[in-house]
Structure formats: C-alpha cells, structure tokens
Design a protein around this ligand. Structure first.
Ligand SMILES: Cc1ncc(COP(=O)(O)O)c(C=O)c1O
Length: 462
C-alpha cells in the first residue's frame, strides 16, 4: 500500500483501536506531509476520505480533529488489550486495580513523599550536559556503591560496587541472567509453588524448566538432589519464600551451596522480602555463606521504595562481571539516570535505613490487624501458619479446595486476594488465599472489608 492509502489505513486503525481518541487533533496537512516526505496532496486525499467516512472532522482554521461524535464499541478496545490467559489477566488486574489487601506493594500512605520530592528537586537542579548522555549499562556508579554498602551491612554480603548490576525489576534480572549464562537446553529449576509472574516468564524463555517442591523448611533440597541434580540454575527465595513465606533452613542452605559447588551450577537467590523480618533474628542472605561464589543474588526496591521506580539489582559472582558487562552492552540495559540519582541519594544520606525501620514496625502492626480481623470474621474457615515476616499472609482453607472460586468472590468485592493453588505448577497443591496487609490502616477497616463477602464465603465453605 502506498501514498494516500497507507496514510488513510494508519489513521483508521489508530482511531478504531482507540489510540487516537475522539476530539484529538491530528497534524496539519503541511506538517504531516513534510514529516512523511510526501506531497501535500497525498495527505490531503487521505484526510478527505477519512472526513468523508466520518473518522475526522475539519474545523477550518483550527485544524482537523478525530470526530468527537464517533461511537466505537468498547469491545474493540477489549479485544486489542486482553491478555490471552485468564489467570495472568486476573493477576494483572489485582496488581493494577484499587482495592483492599493488594499484594506485594509497600504502604503507600507512609511513603516519605516530602523527603523524596526534596531529593528529586536537588537532582533536577544539579542536571548538567553530561547527564544527558546514555547512562552506564551496569548502572549509575554512586547507586551501585550505595547498594553494595547496603547489602553488605544489612544482608551480610561481602561485595564491591563492581559486582552490582542495576536492572529494572526481578523479571528483567532473571532474563538478563539467563541471557548472559544459559544455553537453550540448560536445565532451570524453579520453586513449586513460586512467584506467578516469574514462572510465566520462565515458561516462555527456559525450554528445560523443572520444579522442586517447597515445604516448611523452604526449597526441598533432597528432592533437588534426587531428581534434578543435573540442573544448571536453581531459582529460589531463601529469606522468605514466595508465596508460602517460609525461610530456607540452615542445613538446607549448606546442602544447596555444596551441590552448586560440586555441579558448578548457579543458584539465583531472590531476596525480594529479605528486609522484612519482625520477630526472629534475621538470617543473613544465602549469598553471605557462598564461599565458592556460585550464588547470583537479586534484590529489588519494589517492596522497599516503590514498584513504579522499576529499580532492582543483581550482585554478581566476581567471575561473571565481564560476561554481564558485555551482555548488558549488547542488550542495552541502561535505566533512566534521574531515578537512579534520587535513589542513591536516598540511600547514602541514610533515609533508606530509617524508612525500612519504620516500615518493619508498621507492617508488623498491620499484619496483626489483618490476622485479628480474619480470626474474628472467619473463626473456623481458615488457618494461618505464621511465619516471621514479609508483606502478606496465606490464609489456608481448613477444608476443601475451592480457593479459586473463593478468590473470585472476594475480588468482586474489591478484596484483591489471590488463590494460592494458582501459584503451583505441579499437581500437588495447597489451597488458600494470599492476602496483602501493607496498606490496611486499622483492624476495623480490615474487619469491614472481610465482612463484604461474608454470606457468599459461608455459602461456599460452610
Ligand atoms: C518473589 C518475588 N520476587 C521479586 C519480586 C519483585 O518484583 P519486581 O522487582 O519486578 O517489582 C516480587 C514481587 O512481587 C516477588 O513476589
């Protein structure tokens, strides 16, 4: 398709897809013609047809706009955007919609907005021409430094800034690790159950994907040794399993590290909630015991600062630094500079530690509010195996396996809980609701929210 037809089709598609909205102004004929390098007549012909068919309206000297009276069937938009997987779509909705008990997000009401804005202002005012260049692919040097200091002090690592690679979220870290190190046929092992979005990504990019069950001691390392010993990558959440919230026991940690050393395999330690332990003494990260340098440590600021920032990091074994640097250059991993600058200031000026301390106390209290409310509204329907930390609880069903139906009912009342069974890849599952508590502000609020689906819950569970 050439000339005016191509322009006509492009506009029609954009309008039908809803990308160009009713009333929106389109470029002047002369401007678009210059932009596309075509004659004015070509654009004029396309616009005239679009006007004739009612997609555009000419407003004389004020230009041409998308017809404000155009009525598009909402179904059009739906089919363009809908994800072809019901569970995935459901979880995306839970992540993005407003409601109670949202999973995995920090307390939005207690974020130190003023401090953040103040630091942002400082960095915006300090902008110089050199800040307009592409940021380094491994990340902004002061941020890498600040992260190395933080994980060394808080999580017991012993790394230098040169080992830190800044990424834009956990899945980005995972993809980069596999891109840098894995061949298509390498065996990759993931926890079962495991973080839903991580599992989705791996199903797409790892051809030889297997699962190892998780019990009250964390990843079942005996199972790994018996059935998946030849794995090249094990991806695990030792500090705080997702979603069962259990901690990998010390003997299993040692077994796992020894296996990795013997097999020359890689352990990817996802320390995503390692900051939030409330009662017991915090176990240092698995990476802190990794004398053979087989652990690739990944962390994120999504839980401690905000998911919107999309800043996470990998702490690399020393032997992998060059390989990652090269991969990062090739696939271009630079993140926008400004958020990295603000964050590094936030950490190095001590605000991050203060914020974490405050959030630990707050989350512990909020968790108790939700536990009390759950117990008072549903004294016989659920049980909770209380673990030490994290940002959510799992309310296991005392009987039955209808967590999917139950979650659907609760979601209809804007309670954004997720059915535990959906996190499992294998046939052996447990059933319950995964409930975030970080944004619950009082026991009364939690109780009122939990009462919303009361009748239907009792009708389903008895
Ligand atoms: C197990 C696990 N790892 C990592 C993350 C962090 O995700 P991201 O850094 O992509 O926001 C999450 C978020 O919910 C998670 O549940």
């Amino acid at each position: 398709m050439t000339g005016y037809q191509a322009i006509y089709q492009r506009y029609k598609q954009q309008i039908l897809a809803g990308s160009l909205k009713a009333g929106e102004k389109v470029p002047a004929i002369r401007v678009l013609a210059a932009d596309l390098g075509v004659a004015k007549k070509t654009v004029e012909t396309a616009y005239n047809i679009l006007i004739g068919e009612g997609y555009l309206v000419s407003k004389g000297a004020r230009g041409t706009i998308v017809n404000p009276d155009l009525k598009l069937k909402p179904a059009n938009e739906q089919t363009v955007n809908k994800v072809d997987d019901q569970k995935l779509q459901q979880l995306i909705d839970l992540r993005d919609n407003a409601g109670f008990f949202r999973l995995g997000i920090p307390a939005l009401d207690e974020f130190p907005y003023k401090k953040w804005l103040l630091l942002s202002g400082k960095d915006i005012r300090a902008m110089r021409p050199e800040h307009m260049l592409t940021p380094p692919v491994m990340g902004y040097a002061p941020l890498r430094e600040a992260i190395a200091n933080y994980v060394n002090i808080s999580r017991g690592l012993n790394c230098t800034a040169s080992q830190v690679c800044i990424t834009s979220g956990y899945k980005h870290s995972l993809a980069l690790i596999l891109q840098a190190l894995a061949t298509r046929h390498d065996k990759v092992v993931y926890e079962d159950p495991g973080y839903f979005f991580g599992q989705k990504l791996l199903k797409r990019i790892a051809e030889n994907l297997h699962y190892v069950p998780v019990d009250s001691q964390g990843l079942n390392v005996d199972y790994l040794l018996n059935y998946q010993r030849d794995a090249r990558f094990v991806i695990t959440t030792p500090a705080h399993h997702s979603p069962l919230a259990v901690t990998l026991s010390l003997p299993r940690r040692q077994q796992l590290l020894q296996w990795a050393q013997e097999q020359q395999a890689w352990i990817v330690e996802d320390d995503y909630d390692g900051e939030f332990h409330y009662t017991k003494k915090v176990l240092p990260a698995l990476k802190s015991q990794d004398s053979a340098d087989r652990v690739i440590y990944v962390g994120t600021f999504s839980k401690t600062i905000m998911p919107a920032m999309r800043i996470s990091y990998i702490v690399l074994p020393k032997a992998l630094i060059n390989r990652f640097h090269e991969t990062a250059e090739i696939v271009e991993t630079s993140l926008p500079l400004l958020p990295q600058q603000i964050l590094s200031r936030f950490i190095s000026e001590g605000h991050f530690f203060k914020h974490l301390k405050k959030m630990r106390t707050l989350y512990q209290a909020r968790r108790q509010m939700v536990l009390n409310a759950l117990h008072s509204v549903y004294p016989t329907q659920f049980y909770v195996e209380l673990t030490d930390g994290g940002m959510h609880i799992v309310a296991f069903l005392k009987t039955g396996n209808q967590d999917e139906q139950l979650a659907t009912i609760w979601q209809q009342h804007q309670l954004l809980v997720f059915p535990l069974s959906a996190w499992y890849a294998g046939k052996t599952k447990r059933y319950g609701l995964v409930i975030g508590y970080t944004n619950i502000q009082s026991e009364q609020q939690a109780t009122e929210a939990l009462r919303l689906p009361y009748e239907q819950t009792l009708a389903l569970l008895g």
